[in-house]
Design a binder for this molecule. Structure first.
Ligand SMILES: *[C@@H]1O[C@H](CO)[C@@H](O)[C@H](O)[C@H]1NC(C)=O
Ligand SMILES: *[C@@H]1O[C@H](CO)[C@@H](O)[C@H](O)[C@H]1NC(C)=O
Ligand SMILES: *[C@@H]1O[C@H](CO)[C@@H](O)[C@H](O)[C@H]1NC(C)=O
Ligand SMILES: *[C@@H]1O[C@H](CO)[C@@H](O)[C@H](O)[C@H]1NC(C)=O
Ligand SMILES: *[C@@H]1O[C@H](CO)[C@@H](O)[C@H](O)[C@H]1NC(C)=O
Ligand SMILES: *[C@@H]1O[C@H](CO)[C@@H](O)[C@H](O)[C@H]1NC(C)=O
Ligand SMILES: *[C@@H]1O[C@H](CO)[C@@H](O)[C@H](O)[C@H]1NC(C)=O
Ligand SMILES: *[C@@H]1O[C@H](CO)[C@@H](O)[C@H](O)[C@H]1NC(C)=O
Ligand SMILES: *[C@@H]1O[C@H](CO)[C@@H](O)[C@H](O)[C@H]1NC(C)=O
Ligand SMILES: *[C@@H]1O[C@H](CO)[C@@H](O)[C@H](O)[C@H]1NC(C)=O
Ligand SMILES: *[C@@H]1O[C@H](CO)[C@@H](O)[C@H](O)[C@H]1NC(C)=O
Length: 533
């Protein structure tokens, strides 16, 4: 009778050793197979046979469900099922009066039911020890089972599970967390080595757990901001921290008066920073806060910002342009809590919100700059704001000795510059000309002096504010002619007299005759013209 081959576990019967237990009278019973290595819960066939000629009551003793599949003259084939533990089934028989038996050894193997790595902390600080704990439940034979704790593929710890160890078995190891461990995958792996039984190495792996590590420096957050802000201005504030890890996971926020500011954050290497623009709207004190969150840590920094309203002092002149001699009122005023601390030209007096004084405008006040300075005390600091104004004084043309020297005495042929300048606001126009012939005076340029320049000049400065004149005497010094030149001149004069004497007499006589003739001609003409009597 062929054994039923429906059970897939049958081929796993490993050894076939018939054991003969000699019974009295030579009768013997044997069991086949003698040893079996099976997965837990499997079924197997067991053949009990006997050499007894009058065999009866051949049976199998086992705690597992059994079914007789077949039998022969002196054998019986059983199927054992749902084998849950290592056990020793026993074949027995009564041969006549004697009973004999034979047992087999069944060894079971099973994969761990649970290989579990304990959850890792959400965030692990760098430089602190981390304990990895793995629970292994089940798995037999235990002396062929080992457990590994892994970081990626790197074995951190390995141990074999002892035969008599607790179930579930706990395996632990510690690792000193580093920045490199951020994102590392930890796992636990069991290996059931069934190669001695001709099978393979069977691994079972736990769920992979990824670690996140962080590192926060002990330094405090750096909050860059001015403490004083002027109403209506926009100020950039910045908060930063260096040396932290992982910078990319850090969240940094800026808050003003409890409201989150729209900020731009950057994470670069181990530096994280956020910048925001603060618009100062209302006078008063506002709290600026910087909050950095990394892992389960929160770092904070805060500063009190004083927002002030300070407009520059209002400096006014009663007239911006005045004629010389008129009165001008200079006034400086401030609003709010500020005070005028200084007004140029005014006598010193205690700070007040308004200061003024009057001055008689003179020519020297033209283009004078008046300066007013106001101060505001904010959060213990004194702020200054200034204002300046320029006064314009109109004054008539000035042409005095200092600006235009009246007497110049120059040697002929020397190089000279005649300086003559008229002053006034508006600038006067200056013209100089010789009294005798109106020849212009060569002012302001280097000239080679000639005796023709000699003379008395009159200079005239004109502006819309009047006119002035001034005489300028220019005397050119030149050498008298040498004595021989005089002799030559005298000789020539004498010659002219000697030679020219009679000529002059003749000339005069002729002239007199001509005059007489002319008179006669005129008398004749009168007679002709006169009407007849
Ligand atoms: C059981 O064993 C006996 C004795 O060895 C043998 O004759 C018989 O054929 C076996 N039965 C089966 C089904 O193998
Ligand atoms: C362990 O591995 C075996 C074979 O690789 C598999 O059949 C079994 O389901 C695994 N057990 C667990 C708990 O993953
Ligand atoms: C971490 O554990 C190791 C031993 O496992 C120990 O030598 C070391 O001092 C511990 N380090 C810290 C920072 O706790
Ligand atoms: C860990 O596993 C995740 C997902 O499987 C993978 O993206 C990551 O690269 C692994 N980390 C390392 C360090 O290999
Ligand atoms: C800000 O001002 C508040 C009260 O006005 C004070 O309690 C706090 O200490 C100040 N903070 C700083 C950083 O000066
Ligand atoms: C600032 O002060 C000026 C004058 O004192 C006032 O007109 C203005 O409204 C103030 N602005 C704010 C925002 O307080
Ligand atoms: C200004 O002029 C007025 C008269 O024109 C005179 O009374 C006053 O003293 C002058 N003031 C100064 C500061 O010279
Ligand atoms: C205002 O005047 C003060 C003192 O005279 C000076 O220190 C400051 O720089 C001036 N500020 C401006 C804006 O001109
Ligand atoms: C220039 O000199 C003459 C005499 O040479 C003198 O009378 C006159 O006052 C002088 N003028 C000035 C402005 O010095
Ligand atoms: C030169 O000019 C001065 C005054 O400008 C005058 O007194 C003098 O006579 C002049 N000399 C000559 C030689 O014309
Ligand atoms: C110069 O001023 C006088 C009065 O001082 C005036 O009569 C004359 O017209 C003015 N001449 C010119 C050219 O402005």
């Amino acid at each position: 009778m062929a054994p039923r081959s429906a059970r897939p576990t049958l081929p796993q019967l490993l050894a076939l050793v018939a054991v003969v237990i000699p019974g009295p009278g030579g009768a013997q019973v044997s069991i086949h197979p003698k040893e079996a290595f099976l997965p837990r819960g499997a079924s197997m066939w067991v053949n009990c046979s006997s050499s007894c000629s009058k065999s009866h009551n051949l049976g199998l003793e086992t705690q597992w469900p059994k079914v007789e599949l077949d039998h022969g003259h002196n054998w019986k084939l059983f199927e054992l099922s749902d084998i849950e533990e290592d056990s020793n089934p026993l074949c027995f028989e009564n041969c006549g009066p004697t009973q004999s038996s034979a047992s087999a050894t069944i060894i079971l193997y099973s994969f761990p039911e649970r290989v579990e790595l304990d959850p890792l902390p959400a965030w692990q600080p760098v430089g602190k020890n981390l304990t990895l704990r793995c629970m292994v439940d089940g798995g037999t034979p235990r002396n062929q089972l080992s457990v590994k704790l892994l970081r990626g593929e790197e074995v951190l710890h390995q141990e074999s599970v002892d035969v008599d160890s607790m179930n579930p078995k706990e395996i632990t190891t510690t690792v000193l967390a580093s920045r490199d461990d951020h994102g590392a995958n930890f796992s636990c792996r069991t290996e059931l080595d069934l190669r001695p039984q001709g099978l393979a190495l069977f691994p079972n792996v736990s769920m992979v757990r990824q670690l996140r590590t962080f590192d926060l420096p002990v330094t405090i957050l750096k909050l860059d901001t001015p403490d004083l802000l002027e109403v209506g201005t926009v100020q950039k504030v910045m908060c930063s921290l260096g040396g932290l890890f992982p910078a990319s996971e850090a969240q940094i926020t800026l808050e003003l008066g409890g409201h989150t500011l729209t900020s731009k954050s950057t994470n670069h290497r181990d530096l994280v920073s956020a910048t925001a623009l603060v618009t100062a709207e209302l006078e008063g004190t506002q709290q600026l806060r910087c909050v950095l969150e990394l892992a389960d840590q929160i770092l904070e920094a805060e500063r009190n910002l004083s927002i002030y309203n300070f407009s520059a002092p209002v400096l006014t002149l009663s007239q911006k342009e005045v004629s010389e001699g008129s009165q001008v009122t200079v006034k400086c005023e401030v609003h709010g809590g500020a005070q005028v601390v200084w007004l140029s030209g005014a006598p010193p007096r205690p700070p007040s919100s308004k200061t003024q004084f009057t001055l008689n405008a003179s020519a020297k006040d033209n283009k004078k700059r008046f300066f007013c300075s106001a101060a505001l005390k904010v959060a213990g600091q004194v702020l200054l704001k200034n204002q300046t104004l320029e006064l314009h004084v109109l004054y008539g043309p000035r042409l005095d000795e200092v600006d235009c020297l009246g007497n110049w005495t120059w040697p002929e042929r020397s190089q000279q510059t005649l300086k003559c300048q008229a002053w006034g606001n508006p600038s006067p126009k200056l013209t100089c000309s010789r009294k005798t012939d109106g020849a212009p005076l060569p002012t302001g340029e280097v000239k080679s002096v000639t005796r023709e320049m000699n003379g008395t000049y009159v200079c005239h400065a004109v502006s819309s504010h009047g006119n002035v004149t001034r005489d300028v005497f220019l005397i050119v010094l030149y050498h008298q002619p040498n004595s021989w030149v005089i002799i030559l001149v005298v000789t020539m004069l004498a010659t002219v007299l000697l030679v020219g004497g009679p000529t002059i007499y003749l000339y005069n006589r002729q002239r007199k005759i001509r005059i007489y003739k002319l008179q006669r001609a005129q008398e004749e003409a009168m007679k002709l013209k006169a009407p007849p009597h």
